[in-house]
Write a protein that binds this ligand. Structure first.
Ligand code: CP3
Length: 347
């Protein structure tokens, strides 16, 4: 049986397809790494990008939160810049900072450095996913990639950015170059997702983490075509496609329209309102504020009940945080939260 068939009856995959579930499935963005002592120990002495290229490490780190928290899905341990590194860009992930690009992409000549991604560039991904699906059995593995806009923001800025000013300068100042840049990134992203699905990932999430910096009009004109291209490229596999960004309340409808089966929602928009914005036929994922996990257990439970209540009438709800697990989160708070959601929603 293929990994896709093996996980089809899991609560996570069923919820993505808006089918009935025995309990609301739960996983956490950035559940692997960060807050787990067993992760920090394993990573000691190995640089982030190097660890992403070692199938044994990737497999162990991906499994750690599944064992510890009993989440309903695993997310492949990697980073959004891994495919860019794989095609030869000179970039690194600086601890506590994020991705840093030695020579930013800002001119037409720079585009030449963005060559196509071939499956052989990321053999370690195929190998790690093969190992993982064997270990995970009926628990689905989520593959992921960065969306063209969010990748472009790192490439153009040269690193993390608060206001994305250089990115926007290029987008408004040279729309043709911008469109070509996003189109190339769409091809790389699509190729990277295909590798993960063909190796056995049962769902994929496209992270457009920073696209909430744009208005709906600009999203539609400057970003949506490339995200549509990515989703269309993987539509034929029939695996659920999730789309998420931070601060995207005004973009939720368009992000669904781009081709997502599941729309991720941050904590700023209640799920019933998000459902209204996204329209029918889509599942929703979210949306507890990750900072709530620093409050006492009783407060976490109250806020979690609010999220679940807001999702009462939704046919497909995957419980998640409204963004990634914050690094200093108490791992036990996450374990308790998974158990609380399962117990509260059990039918
Ligand atoms: O558990 C998981 O979710 C899988 C692992 C994962 C990582 N990065 C590992 C990582 C995932 C899904 C990502 C995605 C990612 N990376 C996104 C989209 C998700 C989001 O948070 O919005 C973005 C924007 C990035 C870019 C990135 N990589 C940043 C901003 C940072 C620095 C801040 C941070 O998160 O620590 C990274 C580094 C990174 N990616 C680390 C890990 C475990 C830390 C590595 C280190 O410090 O050595």
């Amino acid at each position: 049986m293929s990994a896709h068939q093996q996980t089809a009856a899991s609560p996570f995959i069923r919820a993505c397809r808006r089918q009935s579930v025995p309990h609301t499935p739960v996983w956490f963005m950035r559940q692997a790494g960060r807050s787990l002592p067993e992760y920090l120990k394993l990573r000691e002495g190995t640089a982030m990008l190097e660890s992403c290229m070692r199938p044994d490490m990737v497999t162990e780190i991906t499994l750690q939160p599944v064992r510890r928290h009993k989440v309903d899905a695993a997310i492949y341990f990697s980073d959004i810049v891994v495919p860019l590194k794989a095609i030869g860009l000179d970039l690194d992930i600086k601890p506590g900072v994020g991705p840093v690009v030695e020579q930013p992409i800002r001119t037409r000549a720079d585009l030449g450095r963005l060559r196509a991604l071939e499956p052989d560039d990321v053999k370690y991904v195929t190998e790690a996913i093969g190992m993982l699906t064997g270990e995970l059995g009926e628990t689905p593995l989520i593959g992921f990639a960065g969306a063209p806009f969010t990748l472009a923001s790192y490439l153009v800025e040269g690193g993390p950015s608060r206001n994305h000013e250089r990115t926007k300068a290029l987008m408004y100042g040279d729309p043709e170059l911008w469109a070509d840049l996003l189109d190339r990134l769409a091809d790389i992203t699509a190729a990277f997702l295909k590798v993960q699905i063909e190796a056995g990932a049962s769902a994929v999430q496209l992270f457009d983490s920073w696209v909430g910096a744009l208005s709906p009009e600009d999203y539609r004109r400057y970003v949506m075509p490339s995200s549509v291209k990515v989703f269309e490229a993987v539509a034929g596999y029939g695996v659920p496609r999730i789309h998420f960004g931070v601060g995207t309340g005004e973009l939720l409808g368009l992000m669904g329209e781009a081709g997502a089966d599941v729309v991720g929602v941050d904590w700023r928009v209640p799920l019933n309102e998000a459902a209204r914005r996204v329209g029918p036929h889509k599942a929703l994922q979210g949306n507890l504020d990750p900072a709530v996990l620093f409050a006492p257990t009783s407060a976490v439970e109250t806020k979690t009940r609010e999220v679940l209540y807001s999702a009462t009438d939704l046919p497909g709800h995957i419980f998640n945080l409204g963004h990634g697990v914050l690094p200093s989160t108490d791992p036990d708070a996450l374990t308790r939260l998974v158990d609380f959601v399962h117990r509260t929603t059990e039918v």
